[in-house]
Design a protein around this ligand. Structure first.
Ligand SMILES: [Zn+2]
Length: 382
């Protein structure tokens, strides 16, 4: 952005912005990146973040593995590691800390480490506290934040994985041009994050966005939440697998991958299973869109790998069910890979300095202190 645009955005005088920018330039936190086109007069330079000014460690916790990434302040990923992990083990927290520890050591080849972001498939009432409830990990009120802060001596922010992904979209992805949008994830479960005015809506206790458990049909299939007929009980990978098995599309010992392979080679019944799923998802998402009026829907999650089989019926049903007609809600598919969840986790830390009143709480202040180097570079945080 130009200094003039920054001043406008913040409601500060151009003189104040120039003074602040001079300091940030001296601290090598921002740099002049290009010349803005100007009408006639002296061209104004554009200000951008210095990627090397800091980095965050992001970790996605799944039931059977971890993905750990290093991400620079400007969102560029420096490394990605996938490790086997047993979330149900009694010492899971100690093991998580042990796997993260080598990545936190001072490395002159890497930018300064600002903190650790953790993404979990569960509910986190306060990201700065980091107490986690996650059925799929069998974690009940587990003090993830406190444990990792103690073990690593760094700021730690913990958040629901779909919300973490939404934070990354706001900062670096499809949310850069959209203030109000939804992130919809498909895979084993169905998840949703609501971004309103560039902030993730978390609800009263951090549990907003349990879209997979929208009740659809009381007589429907059992859901892992213990109820019947939730959306996810009809659309999650285990549900589609069960339908395929019952219909003889895949053998009794075959799994979801066999269903995808059958659809890929044009098996009519397999194609129909995904088409039905697309239709049901389109109907449900239209309901969410009617209620929340987003300008964009970002599709993400492991399931987007076979989105081609959902797309046509999803779009048709989604358009048909919108009360505001086809006034153009953008549906975009995230370019997904296994590190995307962990990049979302890192974004929790990298977003904190820019959102001090936000979810990062006290941890955000600690991240800012490290960014300024006032804690003594890579020393521990009190
Ligand atoms: Zn349910």
């Amino acid at each position: 952005m130009s200094r003039a645009d920054i001043a406008r955005e913040l409601g500060l005088s151009p003189a104040a912005v120039s003074q602040i920018m001079r300091r940030l330039l001296e601290q090598r936190m921002v740099e002049e990146v290009a010349q803005a086109p100007s009408s006639g007069g002296r061209p104004g330079s554009l200000i951008g973040l210095v990627g090397e000014a800091g980095r965050a460690l992001g970790v996605k916790v799944a039931a059977d593995h971890l993905v750990i990434v290093n991400v620079r302040l400007d969102g560029q990923m420096l490394s990605s590691t996938t490790l086997a992990f047993d979330a149900m083990a009694p010492d899971a927290l100690a093991r998580l800390a042990a796997e993260l520890a080598p990545h936190t050591h001072l490395d002159p080849g890497l930018p300064k480490l600002l903190g650790v972001g953790v993404a979990v498939p569960g509910v986190v009432p306060r990201p700065d506290k980091g107490i986690v409830d996650a059925d799929v990990l069998q974690w009940r009120r587990l003090p993830v934040g406190r444990h990792l802060r103690g073990a690593l001596g760094l700021p730690v922010v913990v958040e629901n994985d779909v919300n973490a992904l939404a934070v990354a979209e706001v900062l670096y992805g499809h949310g850069r041009e959209a203030d109000d949008f939804l992130v919809l994830t498909i895979g084993r479960g169905i998840g949703l994050s609501i971004v309103a005015d560039r902030s993730v809506y978390r609800g009263g206790k951090g549990g907003a966005g349990e879209f997979g458990h929208v009740p659809m049909d009381d007589q429907g299939p059992p859901c892992q939440c213990g109820r019947h007929g939730c959306l996810e009980a009809s659309l999650g990978e285990p549900a589609l697998e069960r339908i395929a098995r019952a219909g003889g599309v895949i053998g009794p010992r075959q799994g979801f991958a066999a269903l995808v392979a059958a659809a890929d080679r044009g098996d009519g019944h397999a194609v129909e299973i995904f088409a039905d799923a697309g239709r049901l998802l389109g109907r449900a998402v239209a309901g969410a869109a009617n209620m929340l009026d987003p300008v964009r829907i970002v599709l993400a999650g492991e399931g987007v790998a076979h989105w081609i089989h959902w797309d046509a019926t999803f779009r048709a049903e989604f358009a048909r069910r919108q009360v505001r007609g086809g006034d153009g809600i953008d549906v975009v598919v995230h370019n997904w890979d296994d590190s995307s969840w962990a990049q979302g986790a890192a974004a929790l830390v990298l977003a904190a300095p820019f959102d001090l009143d936000g979810f990062g709480g006290e941890q955000a202040n600690l991240v800012v202190a490290r960014l300024h180097g006032s804690d003594g570079a890579d020393g521990t945080v009190e």
